[in-house]
Design a binder for this molecule. Structure first.
Ligand code: AMP
Ligand code: MG
Length: 319
């Protein structure tokens, strides 16, 4: 059994020993190793069954630390860092040569972020190396937002999950890169496009496989439950096409009536997108355990965090 514990000192010792610890962040739980430990980083890829061409995000505790592994910070990246760090923004920046190729999948850039979680910030301050950490789930499956999700995914091969409660934002970080100093969004996430644009002006969105083939969060199938999932505008009428199936539905703020619906989950009765985002993955995890034949999700409003939710739900529907 994987140990779930809030012992930060023990987590630091395990990491210093080239082993993995799952860490809490405000987005989702991460599967962490020392970025300078080749054996540790290899264990992340092996445990997740993640393809080696997918780079990992580096987590650190302060902007001053960036100097150790980033070679250049564009002006707009500085503005975004001031506004959103610690927080759910990952920036892809030119890397220093001592960042191992395993972490960056051989790229000359590195994705970095300062997470906004007191437990993990304290852990990072106790370490003399940054942590590489992708989400703590098998490749392609729903990301974990509680320590229990992580412990259920990895019954072997992981020594410890550092307990940090339920993730407050509940969806992965927004990823921004820079092309000729101009910010480009590579992954929709916990910070909305509108919030980013309020700081740096209009940004281009390149969050699909064609535009950025080597970013795992952009693969067409990702974040997916085992149960077949659909994303539609009108849940009730779509559900009526499956009279003999056990149907579960995922709704934004309404309730619906239809005879054959076995289970209904409404993410935010008050229509609050932040609340809906925070509950999204935990609710998908739950629906996936109910022995349903299909899950039907409602399309969310296409603005703010609704865009990020739709992005994840769409990828959850792909085979
Ligand atoms: P995960 O940590 O599982 O949420 O996935 C990490 C995300 O960060 C992926 O979508 C990566 O493609 C992205 N990422 C990390 N480093 C880079 C990089 N150097 N260039 C482009 N994307 C990156
Ligand atoms: Mg992931």
């Amino acid at each position: 059994m994987t140990l779930v514990s809030n012992d930060i000192q023990k987590a630091a010792e395990i990491l210093a020993n080239n082993e993995l610890v799952a860490i809490p962040t405000e987005t989702v739980y991460g599967l962490a190793a020392n970025i300078f430990s080749e054996s540790g980083i290899k264990k992340i890829f092996a445990l997740k069954q993640r393809p080696l061409f997918n780079p990992l995000i580096v987590h650190t505790h302060s902007i001053e630390e960036l100097d150790k592994f980033v070679s250049y910070i564009p002006n707009k990246a500085k503005l975004l860092a001031e506004k959103f760090w610690p927080g759910s923004l990952t920036m892809v920046l030119p890397k220093k040569s001592d960042v191992p190729d395993l972490v960056t999948a051989g790229k000359d850039t590195v994705g970095v972020r300062i997470p906004n979680h007191t437990v993990t910030l304290e852990l990072l301050r106790n370490l003399d190396f940054p942590l590489a950490a992708p989400s703590a789930n098998p490749f392609g499956s729903i990301s974990p937002t509680t320590s229990t999700h992580v412990a259920n995914y990895f019954k072997e091969g992981l020594q410890m999950v550092l307990e940090g409660g339920a993730c407050q934002n509940g969806i992965e970080s927004t990823i921004i890169g820079f092309e000729n100093e101009t910010p480009v969004l590579y992954r929709l996430g916990s910070i909305s496009v509108e919030e980013i644009e309020a700081v740096v002006g209009d940004i281009a969105i390149k969050n699909n496989k064609e535009a950025a083939p080597d970013a795992p969060g952009m693969l067409s199938r990702h974040y997916a439950p085992d149960t077949t999932t659909y994303l539609v505008n009108d849940v009730a009428s779509f559900a009526s096409q499956f009279p003999n199936k056990k149907v579960g539905v995922l709704l934004f703020n309404q309730n619906i009536e239809a005879n054959n619906i076995k289970h209904i989950e409404t993410l935010s009765i008050s229509g609050n997108l932040k609340e809906a985002t925070a509950k999204l993955y935990a609710t998908l995890h739950k629906l996936d355990t109910l022995d349903l034949d299909i899950i039907i999700a409602e399309k969310f409003p296409d603005y703010g965090l609704g865009k990020s939710i739709n992005d994840r739900l769409l990828r959850a529907t792909k085979k």
